[in-house]
Design a protein around this ligand. Structure first.
Ligand SMILES: [Zn+2]
Ligand SMILES: [Zn+2]
Length: 100
């Protein structure tokens, strides 16, 4: 058995091999004008998450959509820790495939 670290999409639960793959999935599928955290429509998703980045999940979503570029050093470190804590999962490969 081989186990590997992966990242789980917080919106739909799909698992991706790395953060880059999760980010491109998130941007393609989940970036729209609806914030599932606030359960309301927003004009601009990135701006919306920026404004609410004191909230853990909005900070995570901001990074998923926009990367780390708009964050200062302190926020970046926090976001990196959060991504590992909240989204990283260990998947175990077995002969039958994998389970998470
Ligand atoms: Zn997803
Ligand atoms: Zn929101």
């Amino acid at each position: 058995m081989v186990s590997k670290m992966a990242y789980r999409c917080p919106e739909c639960g799909k698992v991706f091999k790395d953060l880059k793959a999760l980010r491109s999935h998130f941007i393609k599928i989940h970036r729209n004008n609806y914030c599932s955290l606030c359960k309301k429509r927003v004009k601009h998703y990135v701006m919306h998450c920026m404004k609410k980045k004191d909230d853990v999940w909005h900070l995570i979503y901001l990074v998923l959509i926009d990367g780390f570029s708009s964050l200062n050093e302190e926020e970046r470190e926090l976001a990196e820790r959060l991504l590992v804590k909240m989204l990283r999962v260990e998947i175990v490969f077995t002969e039958a495939g994998y389970r998470s």
